[in-house]
Design a protein around this ligand. Structure first.
Ligand code: ADP
Ligand code: 5GP
Length: 206
């Protein structure tokens, strides 16, 4: 059985990374695709865990080799999803979460029309700015760019299948899990489960 691909987008500072870390601890058979980026690492970020931090030259060569499933320039840096990592996990039956921006999301949807698209919204712009400031990772210029881009990103929300609001963290986590669980119970996926085919065979034999 093949896994499903989940595309998760949100304006920077919404709490997407926080939510995805929590989700990965809670749910089985789900993995996170670690992107490549030319952005410098933030204090506490680990190479190979949060991102593969690479130079612009390495990133460009990977683009030329076709190593990325999708890639985009976001907030002045390059980010890309490794094709090999994602396809390998899906083939093993593991669901894969992509934390990518709206430009990347559009590219994935073209190649994988069955991808489940989830957008996470902040409760307000004021709260978004507060979260970005309290994270303390951006200088004033970077903060401005991220808030400016948030407007454009939020306008793309209608291109997604599900919307989760990250106001109270635990509630947002529950909502995100609910989306994934509901998707896992879709008929096509359940029909591939041995328990389901066994009961169907029993029914046919009666
Ligand atoms: P993103 O990955 O979307 O850029 P982060 O996960 O880094 O965002 O979160 C941005 C900041 O907001 C962090 O300091 C995080 O601890 C905080 N945060 C995340 N979710 C919530 C929430 N529901 N309520 C308050 N603060 C939050
Ligand atoms: P950050 O620098 O805050 O970690 O991420 C900035 C933005 O880049 C976020 O919107 C995040 O979803 C996006 N991003 C992270 N990895 C990728 C990727 O591989 N591809 C694309 N298109 N966007 C990504």
């Amino acid at each position: 059985m093949k896994g499903d691909l989940y595309v998760i987008s949100a304006p920077s500072g919404t709490g997407k990374t926080t939510l995805l870390h929590m989700l990965l601890k809670e749910m089985d058979k789900v993995s996170f695709s670690v992107s490549h980026t030319t952005r410098p690492s933030r204090p506490g970020e680990i190479d190979g865990v949060d991102y593969h931090f690479v130079s612009k030259d390495v990133f460009s060569s990977m683009v030329e080799e076709g190593a990325f499933l999708e890639w985009a320039e976001v907030h002045g840096h390059f980010y890309g999803t490794s094709r090999e990592g994602v396809l390998g996990q899906l083939a093993k039956g593991t669901d894969v979460l992509l934390d990518i921006d709206v430009q990347g999301a559009r590219q994935v949807k073209k190649g994988f029309p069955g991808a489940v698209m989830i957008f996470i919204l902040p409760p307000s712009f004021k709260e978004l700015e507060q979260r970005l400031r309290s994270r303390g990772t951006e200088d004033e210029d970077s903060l401005k760019i991220r808030i400016e881009n948030a407007k454009r990103e939020i306008m793309a929300v209608t291109e997604y299948d599900y919307i989760v609001i990250n106001d109270v963290l635990q509630k947002a986590l529950d909502d995100l899990e609910a989306v994934i669980k509901a998707n896992r119970h879709k008929k096509d996926r359940m029909l591939a489960q041995p328990e389901v085919s066994r009961v169907l065979k029993e029914a046919q034999a009666r």
